[in-house]
Design a protein around this ligand. Structure first.
Ligand code: GLN
Length: 242
């Protein structure tokens, strides 16, 4: 059975992020693959090591503050999970907290887990562009999957800067992405994908959903093929945004 963990669904769930769990679940269900989804809340006893894929959504700074401490308590188990090849998707606020740190616009700093080699800062007082980075995004995926386009919606104040060897997920065609400066969006490390894209991102990018599922299935050691699905509706949503 494929086991999925949804971290802090009450505190981190913006712009339809919960829809990502629906997309993962539906694409497993439509193929007759056995799976479960568990929610992991603050002070939960459940262990990430018992799962094959985890999802963490985005949130307002206040929501991120509520989970930051609990998340730090899970630093070792989450890092061990990713290093071992576990699959994961982290959106916006969740993505920022899996990086090294997040400095909010009021100057306070949230320590991150440092699993992803990146750090996030509010724009400096001298920066030309102080606004939140908001709008629809089209990007070109730097993964070996088809189609190459990724669509979604972003809304963040934090600007994320990748470390030297870190691999971006995509190149921005329209929108801001990680920081509105270097033209990149998201980060991929092993089987962990971090992205600024809400929307929800997975329902309208079924190729990315299946890539995550493929990686989780391989990590679980399950001998399963992902059968082709009728994606006419998903493809129309994707193309409408393009
Ligand atoms: N609060 C964070 C920021 O503004 C993340 C926002 C989000 O998850 N959409 O940068």
């Amino acid at each position: 059975m494929l086991k999925i963990a949804h971290l802090y669904p009450k505190q981190l769930n913006l712009y339809g992020d919960g829809g990502n769990i629906m997309a993962l679940s539906k694409r497993l269900e439509w193929r007759g693959i056995d799976f479960l989804v568990d929610q992991i809340d603050l002070d939960d006893e459940k262990k990430i090591a018992d799962y094959h894929l985890f999802f963490i959504g985005g949130g307002q700074d206040s929501g991120q503050e509520l989970v930051a401490f609990d998340l730090l308590k899970r630093k070792k188990e989450l890092s061990d999970f990713i290093e071992a090849g576990g699959a994961a998707l982290a959106i916006c606020g969740g993505y920022q907290l899996l990086g090294k740190s997040y400095e909010t616009s009021d100057g306070s700093i949230m320590q991150g887990l440092g699993i992803l080699d990146c750090e996030t800062r509010a724009p400096s007082s001298t920066a030309k562009f102080q606004d939140r980075l908001i709008g629809n995004v089209v990007a070109e995926l730097l993964l070996d999957i088809e189609p190459k386009t990724l669509v979604g919606f972003e809304n963040h104040s934090g600007r994320t800067y990748l470390g030297e060897g870190a691999k971006p997920l995509a190149k921005v065609i329209k929108g801001y992405g990680n920081n509105g400066e270097d033209g990149y969006e998201g980060l991929i490390y092993k089987n962990l994908i971090g992205t600024y894209l809400h929307g929800s991102v997975l329902p309208k990018n079924p190729h990315l959903t299946d890539e995550l599922l493929r990686r989780a299935i391989a990590f679980a050691g399950l001998e399963l093929e992902l059968k082709l699905l009728d994606d006419q509706i998903e493809t129309r949503a994707h193309e409408a945004l393009l």
